[in-house]
Design a protein around this ligand. Structure first.
Ligand code: GLC
Length: 438
């Protein structure tokens, strides 16, 4: 089968979720707005500080092994999909064992939050939902287990911030594809979404992110275009009545608390002036595909550096196999990332993008208190470059291991001299920490 390739509506769904497509920075995006829903910088500080999270796509589609869009792309009849859920989705380990293992990997990778798909566009709820149309849940069909509960408990037990992904759209309803022609059926889908979201807000202890996906209708337009149908302000007022600080993505059609940038393309350009999160899968699809191509640890470290220097977060997805296990290639990447974070996390956690604008492929910077971290991704290209002048006095410059770095400061420039021996080491990111006078 080889590398997974997205096409048609699935590809359109990815493109709709990219930073450039849907964004007007003044109003965040084209979603509807309501100032009473806005969170403050203080409310979302934990998330801004956390920087790195784990995304998990796992469900009936993992058994099919053709990505999470299998039900739609392969035109699988509803009864057949239900049969697969009943007869083939049977992980041998308990929900708790599976979830604990996931969160163990997240911790090893240095991740501080995790987001689990609780129900994708196929409609299969991964918890004991009392409001699933035709009782299509992991508690009633197939494994007879509540994976969302196990996930939330594992997160809480490990001190990982908990996020739940939920897709309001559900392909099982003809009204999704024709909301104006079949309003009664579409209304059933909407009612299911409201009631299930209410369950997610009230059943699993502290949940801090509601990661909506798929607010668009009939695979057309944007999530904002579908606001007439979902009434996202009403929906999110309900969510906030249960958790006044719940962070939400823009995909319910309300502008949300941060922007998403979906997909494996590099983060380039200037610092993004609003909170944002890059999400991508370690493999080509989000859901499990046995022969899929994987990202490398080095590429993901570089991705993280480019994202944090532009003031974003990184949410990395793994699609566990039918048993709920992480594919070997994914574990390798997570471990490499974790090792790097152990040594370099100081220049990532709790920082903000800047003080300097990044130069694509060469360097960027992050800052925290009176420290500025210059992340050099290409020492050869950086050699001889000048950083723009700053008003604070630079007191010292050193690598994170304490190696002193020579520098000069003039009103219009700061120049760092990276020793030959350091450049030659070929680190993915050579980090110089500058201490500045307040
Ligand atoms: C999408 C897709 C999808 C995936 C997701 C993650 O737009 O429809 O399958 O779950 O976004 O961001």
């Amino acid at each position: 089968m080889g590398e997974y390739k997205m096409q048609g509506a699935e590809l359109a769904s990815m493109l709709k979720g990219q930073l450039h497509s849907n964004v007007n920075f003044k109003g965040m995006n084209d979603g509807v707005d309501d100032p009473s829903l806005h969170l403050t910088e203080e409310d979302i500080k934990w998330w801004r500080d956390a920087k790195l999270g784990l995304f998990i796509h796992w469900g009936v589609y993992s058994v099919i092994g053709k990505g999470e869009w299998a039900y739609f792309n392969e035109k699988i009849p509803q009864e057949e999909y239900r049969r697969i859920a009943e007869q083939e989705f049977h992980p041998s380990r308990s929900a708790r064992e599976i979830a604990k293992e996931w969160i163990g990997y997240a911790r090893e990778a240095g991740m501080r939050y995790a987001v689990m798909v609780t129900r994708h566009h196929d409609g299969f709820a991964m918890w004991d939902s009392g409001h699933s149309w035709k009782d299509f849940t992991s508690a009633k069909c197939g494994p007879k287990a509540d994976y969302v509960e196990a996930f939330a408990d594992a997160c809480h037990g490990a001190g990982i911030h908990t996020g739940l992904y939920y897709s309001p759209m559900d392909w099982r309803f003809p009204g999704y594809f024709d909301p104006k022609g079949q309003p009664g059926n579409a209304a059933l889908m909407k009612e299911q979404a409201y009631r299930q979201i209410e369950e997610l807000c009230t059943r699993f202890g502290k949940v801090e992110i509601l990661w909506y996906d798929g607010g668009w209708l009939a695979h057309q337009g944007t999530d904002g275009d579908a606001a007439w149908f979902w009434e996202p302000v009403k929906l999110n007022k309900m969510v906030r009545s249960y958790n006044p600080k719940m962070m939400v993505t823009p995909r319910s059609g309300y502008r949300g608390d941060f922007l998403c940038d979906e997909g494996p393309h590099e983060a380039r350009g200037g610092i993004v002036p609003v909170p944002w999160e890059k999400c991508l899968s370690l493999s080509g699809a989000w859901g499990y595909c046995p022969e899929d191509h994987y990202q490398t640890g080095e590429d993901m470290i570089r991705m993280l550096v480019n994202v944090v220097c532009r003031d974003g977060n990184l949410l990395l997805n793994v699609g566990p196999d039918p048993e709920g296990g992480f594919p070997r290639e994914a574990v390798k990447v997570l471990r490499e990332l974790g090792k790097w974070m152990e040594e370099n996390g100081e220049a990532v956690y709790g920082t903000r993008g800047g003080i300097w604008q990044p130069v694509d492929g060469v360097y960027g910077s992050t800052c925290k208190g009176d420290s500025v971290y210059v992340h050099i991704l290409d020492c050869a290209a950086f050699d001889g470059m000048e950083l723009p002048g700053i008003s604070q006095k630079v007191k010292s410059a050193q690598l994170l291991d304490g190696t002193v770095i020579e520098f000069t400061q003039e009103p219009e420039r700061v120049t760092l001299r990276i020793p030959e021996a350091v450049s030659r080491e070929g680190r993915i990111d050579t980090i110089v920490k500058l201490l500045t006078e307040r």
